[in-house]
Ligand binder design. Structure first.
Ligand SMILES: Cc1cc2nc3c(=O)[nH]c(=O)nc-3n(C[C@H](O)[C@H](O)[C@H](O)COP(=O)(O)OP(=O)(O)OC[C@H]3O[C@@H](n4cnc5c(N)ncnc54)[C@H](O)[C@@H]3O)c2cc1C
Length: 421
């Protein structure tokens, strides 16, 4: 696996990869089906993953991270998804967009209060942007409002598809403080649903996806958020999420590569094992043609994802390549899952086989963190010269985990480079 990319990885990252593989094989894979059957969230596994540092790669040590970087994070997420795509949903909530938003725009006190516990798996995270009106245009159709009432905000409205909202302790949720102001009216909040009234999360039963790590509809009825839990200033919410989503995109792309590799692992085993007409079906040339395409796509996707992550680590323009990586990896995962399901014939639909649900996760990766079509638009507009995908490079408005100095030296208002200056 991955000879093309092996020399891009440091000894430290390879060691981290071995740790993940051991953890997934010994602790997660043997028990995850039982959590699914009981529809029970695996708190203890998330805690163990946190203790091993699997969520902390992109954060500095002062915030509870391991300071290993985006490339390490991509390798870790890839291996988690390769072994269990269901459990991999925790990576974005514990070590991706949720803590990224808090880290990016939070005051030091907010970061220290919330981020280390999320990375350690002691508290459960959530990031809720999408609304029923459309995830691809989250601002245009955002109806959720936040009204200031003395020392608190009161939030009203509904959200869709918020992963882990039914178990979250600390999430980041976006609402309009100025409904007439478009993107500039969106504000980010750190929400604590177990502490304050007015928050209801209902799991949505998704075809072929986890029943232990749910995505939920959220209903907010005068939901209370203390003013000190606002992230950044009023109106900064959209900029915060856009910055955090870039890391999220790499997370989803890496998970897609891991899922495609899981399909390949299953396919290689089965194609040599299953015999028809007196020989393994792997000897049939039409099957080999599909397999060759899978192998080539996976190698190319992994290269793209690692390259995008390495550019992020180097602080170089990476938005365009991250979009290309996400686009390519999600197509690769879908192709690999489709073909593997076909290789398995009727058994590819059997619910006890993981082949049946790998395809659902491949479909999910089409949508998460900017759908495949949204990536297409971004890539094409950049190619046509309409909109440079890297136009914000070097103008980060908020803290970037890879470049943030120690606390006390950096306040929420002092990003690495102020936008527009
Ligand atoms: C399992 C799951 C978990 C999720 N978890 C979270 C979460 O934790 N937090 C959160 O905030 N959201 C989450 N989401 C939401 C996810 O980000 C959205 O589903 C995604 O943004 C797409 O939004 P939508 O489903 O409303 O589709 P829509 O935005 O309605 O899009 C419909 C179709 O139109 C296409 N489209 C959109 N724009 C264009 C265009 N310009 N040109 C051509 N085609 C276009 C899309 O690709 C899609 O095929 C999750 C979704 C799922 C399914």
């Amino acid at each position: 696996m991955g000879e093309l990319t092996e020399d891009l990885l440091s000894e430290e990252i390879r060691a981290a990869r071995e740790t993940v593989i051991r953890f997934m094989r010994n602790e997660v894979v043997p028990v995850m089906d039982r959590y699914e059957e009981r529809k029970e969230f695996p708190f203890d596994l998330v805690r163990q993953a946190g203790e091993l540092g699997l969520y902390g790669a992109i954060f500095p040590e002062w915030a509870g991270g391991t300071d290993m970087g985006y490339l390490a994070a991509a390798v870790v997420c890839e291996q988690i998804a390769r072994h269990d795509a269901r459990f991999a949903s925790s990576t974005n909530q514990q070590g991706g967009t949720c803590p990224c938003c808090i880290f990016a725009a939070g005051a030091d006190e907010q970061v220290l209060k919330y981020v280390p516990n999320l990375l350690a798996g002691k508290t459960i995270g959530m990031m809720s942007l999408t609304e029923p009106g459309g995830g691809s245009d989250p601002v245009g159709n955002m109806k959720t409002t936040a009204r200031r009432d003395g020392n608190v905000y009161r939030l009203n409205g509904s959200k869709m598809f918020a992963t882990l909202a039914n178990v979250t302790d600390v999430g980041v949720l976006f609402a309009k403080t100025d409904p007439g102001a478009g993107a500039k009216g969106v504000t980010a909040f750190i929400v604590e649903p177990k502490k304050y009234p007015g928050f209801e999360a209902r799991p949505i039963r998704m075809l072929g996806l986890s029943q232990a790590l749910d995505s939920c509809a959220i209903f907010l009825d005068d939901f209370v958020v203390p003013v000190e839990n606002r992230l950044g200033a009023e109106g900064e919410g959209f900029s915060i999420v856009m910055q955090a989503l870039q890391g999220g995109r790499i997370n989803v792309a890496a998970r897609a590569v891991g899922l495609a590799q899981a399909c390949l692992d299953e396919a290689l085993r089965y194609l040599n094992e299953r015999e028809l007409r007196g020989r393994p079906i792997g000897t049939f040339q039409m099957i080999q043609a599909d397999l060759a395409e899978m192998v080539a796509n996976i190698e190319a996707s992994r290269l793209l994802v690692y390259r995008a992550a390495a550019l992020m680590d180097a602080g170089r323009p990476s938005n365009r390549i991250a979009s290309i990586a996400k686009f390519h990896a999600s197509l690769t995962a879908k192709h690999a899952a489709d073909k593997t399901q076909q290789f398995f014939g009727g058994y590819g639909l059997a619910q006890e086989s993981r082949i049946s649900w790998l395809n659902s996760y491949a479909y999910l990766y089409f949508n998460g963190e900017g759908s495949t079509n949204v990536q297409r638009v971004l890539i094409a507009e950049d190619a046509l010269g309409y909109k440079n995908a890297d136009r914000h490079a070097g103008k980060l408005r908020f803290r970037d985990p890879r470049c943030a100095p120690a606390p006390g030296l950096n306040s929420a208002r002092e990003g690495r480079v102020e936008e527009g200056k």
